[in-house]
Write a protein that binds this ligand. Structure first.
Ligand SMILES: [Zn+2]
Length: 167
């Protein structure tokens, strides 16, 4: 019976975000500016990774999706720093009495390699959530020259988050 109680206090959330890439736009991933000739077409800053993590937290709380909180027709969200949205959702999570156990995520893009940015991206996400850097994992993979990612037409990020109820 004790195990059942623990499970009731743990909630999982998941999200996938996709953005179209176009020449000449700024590319921001995990709050870091990425050197790239292309950037995301978006109403906000188009930070695909931060969007996925933010929406995974919303999902874990059972509160719908990212668009329900941040409308892409609201001028307030135009070119908005996505880390600010993450911080807003962190406040919602705290009001609901939950804390993050851990986050795992992956960014899928053809180029460039994100290895040199990943530590800073982890730090940015952890800082916005006010959690230990070790609770945030960020992976990256390529599109292997196939599909919309392989053709460098778009970028995708996926995130999974586990929350626990504060006692
Ligand atoms: Zn997005």
């Amino acid at each position: 019976m004790k195990e059942v109680k623990i499970l009731q206090n743990i909630r999982i959330g998941q999200s996938t975000d996709i953005h179209k890439l176009e020449e000449g736009l700024r590319l921001t991933i995990g709050g870091e500016h990425i050197e790239c000739s292309k950037g995301c077409v978006a109403h906000s800053d188009g930070d695909v990774l931060t969007h996925a993590i933010t929406e995974a937290i919303i999902g874990a709380l059972g509160l719908g999706d990212l668009g329900g909180f941040f409308s892409d027709s609201d001028p307030k969200n135009e070119n908005r720093n996505s880390l600010e949205m993450l911080e807003e959702i962190r406040d919602v999570m705290v009001r609901h009495g939950y804390s993050i156990i851990n986050i795992d995520s992956i960014v899928i893009l053809e180029e460039p390699k994100l290895k040199k940015y990943s530590e800073k991206m982890r730090k940015n996400i952890a800082k916005s959530l006010r959690i230990d850097y070790n609770l945030v994992n960020i992976k990256a993979t390529r599109g292997e020259e196939i599909g919309f990612i392989g053709r460098k037409e778009g970028i995708m990020a996926q995130a999974v988050v586990l929350l626990e109820k504060n006692v």
